[in-house]
Design a protein. Structure first.
Length: 122
């Protein structure tokens, strides 16, 4: 009985410790990054490329949707570590896409714009 309780507590501890928090958002981030917009998609180990949107002065991670010709999720990254602020850099990332509430317009057909809160990036 005592072993069962210890095993259950151990499994609960492992489950809680495996939850990922988002990387910190720097104070200098776009003010919209601090709003609680609805989560639209979860990203888990997706491959993308770093870009930069001059109209909003933010780095992006661009993810091409498989099986499409021109569909892309452009994530305006709220917490991109400085080591990854290199346009054209290929990355693998996880995190949350959140709605921009329609405040930022796509630059081309097939592009969907979101705020991206990273939990990991390589």
């Amino acid at each position: 009985m005592e072993r069962s309780v210890l095993l259950i507590l151990l499994l609960i501890g492992v489950g809680v410790s495996c939850q990922k928090d988002n990387l910190p958002i720097p104070p200098s981030a776009n003010p919209a990054c601090f709003e609680s917009n609805p989560v639209t998609h979860q990203a888990k180990s997706l491959k993308g490329m770093v870009g930069y949107r001059q109209d909003v002065a933010m780095y992006t991670v661009n993810y091409h949707l498989p099986g499409t010709i021109d569909s892309q999720w452009t994530g305006l990254v709220c917490n991109l570590p400085s080591d990854y602020q290199v346009v054209g850099k290929q990355v693998q990332f996880s995190g949350e896409y959140r709605s921009t509430l329609g405040n930022i317009k796509p630059l081309f057909g097939g592009e969907e714009i979101y705020y991206l809160y990273l939990s990991s990036i390589n």
